[in-house]
Design a binder for this molecule. Sequence first.
Ligand code: AN7
Length: 367
Amino acid sequence: MYLLNKIKNKLQGNYIKRSWPGLINAYKQYLPVSSKTPIISLNEGNTPLIFSESLSNLIGSNTKVYLKYDGLNPTGSFKDRGMTMAISKAKEEGCQAVICASTGNTSASAAAYASRGKLKSYVLIPDGYVAQGKLAQALMYGAEIISIKGNFDKALEIVRDLSTKYPITLVNSVNPYRIQGQKTAAFEIVDDLGFAPEWLCIPMGNAGNITAYWMGFKEYSKIKRNLKLPIMMGFQSEGSAPLVKNIIVQDPETIATAIRIGNPVNREKAKIVKKESKGDFQSVTDEDIIKAYKKLAEEGIFCEPASAASVAGLIKNKNRIKKGSTIVCVLTGNGLKDPDCAIKNNDAIFRNNVEPSLKEITKILKY
Ligand code: AN7
């Protein structure tokens, strides 16, 4: 019966075509790949742009707020967009091993794509500051993990040095292919909306992603004439805000460990994005981040703390938004990445040690 129906549906054309070939195949014409590039992919990209009723209402003035939920990529963060490109190109160039410094997500993504491409991966991480989910991923995907007694900035300094001295490819966002892959998120937003939003709100660590989005919007505006470019709003945590303060932060601190970065490598590029887009860089407190994190969850969306910085930033600018604007907040990583943060920061009722009886549970439900 099932098969018969399937055949019938097919004959009638009555089925939904479901296929997404991964972002390199989807946007090949805009990416530096050729027929010789071995495409290492986990079908990343094509993440949903979700309308947020509660944030739209909160901002008011007919604002439409959308969330680009990039935490739904194969390893749970936007890093997969860049990594499919970086690893494919590394493979094309005949490299055998890759290395990165990471606050967690880059290491998870690099490890996954390296394994997929049969390359060796090494990751340097700051001891004690990588969320559990990310660590679990790097372990499972088979990276060699080197946890250093120092922060991300120190780790990056070391891997940059190593990659110039030895035949090992650096896959942090200084690798230009990372930015190329990540720009596709901007393409997807325009493809979904039919236009670019007035504002794009995004968290910043090394500022690779804001650079990539801007590149994507600009490139698409050349192809699709009449595309008005967005104002780029970058947000950092107050204790880790080198781009807002225009300084190097020696000891960055924030609950959003993903963006616990004091000396962003893409600083100069980020400055250009801010200037060209007439944007702004601002900081939000850890408290603001947790409030936004909880607010998103109330609407069924679970992101990691760093991602909630984009929403915290939007809320902070509530009174600056032009009537009728469309705004996109980028949710860079999945909430499952950092279960400890969720368990410590929620208002849920959790009763344990409950007697397994109908009477007891009925009493709790107050029926
Ligand atoms: C969830 O994994 O730097 O401004 O080593 O994981 O492009 O650096 C992560 C960064 C935002 C900041 N949101 O992006 C790493 C790492 C999440 C992140 C950022 C990161 P960039």
